[in-house]
Design a protein around this ligand. Sequence first.
Ligand SMILES: NC(=O)c1ccc[n+]([C@@H]2O[C@H](COP(=O)([O-])OP(=O)(O)OC[C@H]3O[C@@H](n4cnc5c(N)ncnc54)[C@H](O)[C@@H]3O)[C@@H](O)[C@H]2O)c1
Length: 438
Amino acid sequence: MREYWIKDRSLAERGRKRIAWSETQMPVLVEIRRRFSKEKPLRNIRVGACLHITTDTGVLMKTLAAGGAELYLCASNPLSTQDDVAAALVEEGVHVYAFRGQSEEEYYRCLGYVIASKPMITMDDGADLISTIHKLRYGIRTRELDYFKDIVNGMDFEELVNGIVGGSEETTTGVIRLKALAREKKLLYPVIAVNDAESKRLFDNPIGTGQSALDGIVRATNTLLAGRDAVVVGFGNVGSGIAYRLRGMGARVTVVEVDPIKALKAVMDGFNVEPMSKAARHGDLFITATGNINVIRREHFEAMRDGAILANAGHFNVEISVRDLEEISIRKERISDCIMRYVLRDGRKLYLLAEGRLVNLACAEGHPSEVMDMSFSLQALSARYLVENRGKLPRDVLRVPEEIDREVASLKLEAMGIEVERLTDEQKRYLSSWTLGT
Ligand SMILES: NC(=O)c1ccc[n+]([C@@H]2O[C@H](COP(=O)([O-])OP(=O)(O)OC[C@H]3O[C@@H](n4cnc5c(N)ncnc54)[C@H](O)[C@@H]3O)[C@@H](O)[C@H]2O)c1
């Protein structure tokens, strides 16, 4: 089997320096690495990871390696790989199968290599690795599996699954897919929903994506956000973070939501709330963050103003219907790496960023490392937890244990030099009593 498959090994030095910079912003993960180097909790464990290959992922890989793991890494998106980071990780001994701008076939062949390594822990961002393993085990034939059948030829998939201790999932969309698998009672091993930990979803999703999605849009277009008529589709953890930051930059923000509670929250926070059919008519910048399919589609494109910019921050490239856009356009022209201009029959032009893929990872560098410090510390500690509890956990989607969640938050505060208040014994008694009143 190939040892690695990357774009250019000579980029390693640049990648190494950029990973080192991220390390300076990731004190919690560096502290965990220090502990892992001594304790070797992942000795003899093969980790198969399908993650965005950014500098932060570089720091995570070095941490897992310090814990004794053998690492096989592919990308969780064809456009998010930073080729210099991939090269630097190969120098560190990680088996990397990823490069920016993969075709669908190349993307799945890379997944095939990770599966062929017979991982004992799977680490996903979007659940492509784990769902592919499940399809192989259940004998579900899809076009994607055909792309790499020569790589996994002769493998016993039952044996593969039996050797897997557990998995972890980084993002909302992945957790949704895993819960569907568990609901059908088909999930074959325990998976920790890192996304749902408080020290992840309250920070990474709104603050990390909130900032980096705007970073991606600004880098791609150099557009002024102040005064813009911006429409954010989805007011969940990610969308709300984007909406607040857009407002902070002076944009006039409309929110599109299906959930009445989230919509009410947006109204009470002072946002304009409308259905997509109305927002489509006036917006000049649209950002989707729903984890759902075709939330901007033909009827909306047809109502849009000339010059509207379209970007997606949700996990998959399904939120903005690129197919509809292609169908109603008479031609498309690439303006830059990140911008595609679609010319409609009546001459109106719409600008799609990053082919509808995650704008923060495809047009910028993804989340700032400070926030990935927490998400990836949870990943590292969850891997240790899976190994420590091998054979004892149910085949279900599991929460990150509360002590791990709180430990990560405490370590982060400590690293920031911030002290928190402590409960007195009297207060603890009061909070645990039902007899004490006024
Ligand atoms: N870009 C990144 O780096 C990054 C980081 C974290 C999460 N994500 C992804 O972003 C997406 C959203 O994640 P989240 O944590 O905010 O999820 P969430 O569940 O908190 O929020 C999604 C929101 O979208 C709403 N929604 C669903 N369908 C809709 C529709 N048709 N129109 C309007 N609103 C609709 C839901 O009601 C919900 O409020 C997921 O795909 C997730 O994996 C991306």
